[in-house]
Design a binder for this molecule. Structure first.
Ligand code: THU
Length: 160
């Protein structure tokens, strides 16, 4: 038997330690939660992506009575950005979540399906995406989806 270890590094920043660009993107993600439609979970998630030309596109979770038909904030934002600005690489993505008590102290990590889509967008533009997971106790930052999604499936495996 052989084994190997995969390690991830996540940096945790206080609000004042973040750049103005990062703070603005997080504020846009927090603001985006106002558009969440979450009558079933009561959990409002906002996402904001910054494109290479500086454009910011937001998304938020949209639930449906047929639960799997709803969509997470991250994919709403990424698909909207790609649909409206297909020639603009995505540079960064901020995510914020709140429940009835307000924004959560600890950030929520993106679900597996959203991680796969983030990976796909990185591959599409051949550019890592800076990911900012906001919590009131600190923002967890990683410079690319690698840290959150090891062993990614990519088109290399399709052999074309
Ligand atoms: N949700 C997101 O929007 N993003 C995530 O990363 C995790 C979960 C949404 C889906 C659903 O509307 C609600 O949060 C509860 O799962």
């Amino acid at each position: 038997m052989k084994e190997y270890t995969i390690q991830s590094t996540i940096c945790v920043y206080g609000w004042d330690e973040l750049s103005e660009d990062d703070r603005n993107l997080i504020s846009a993600a927090k603001d985006a939660t106002k558009g969440s439609y979450a009558p079933y979970s009561g959990f409002c998630v906002g996402a904001a992506v910054r494109l290479e030309d500086g454009t910011v596109v937001i998304g938020c979770n949209q639930e449906n009575v047929a639960f799997p038909s709803g969509l997470c904030a991250e994919r709403t934002a990424l698909f909207a950005a790609n649909a409206q600005h297909p020639d603009q690489p995505v540079l960064s993505l901020a995510i914020a979540a709140r429940n009835a008590d307000g924004f959560l102290p600890q950030p929520i990590p993106p679900c597996g399906a959203c991680r796969q889509v983030i990976s796909g967008v990185e591959q599409r533009y051949n550019q890592p995406i800076r990911i900012l997971l906001y919590g009131t106790a600190g923002t967890h930052v990683t410079d690319g989806i690698d840290a959150l999604l090891p062993l990614q499936f990519s088109d290399e495996y399709l052999g074309h």
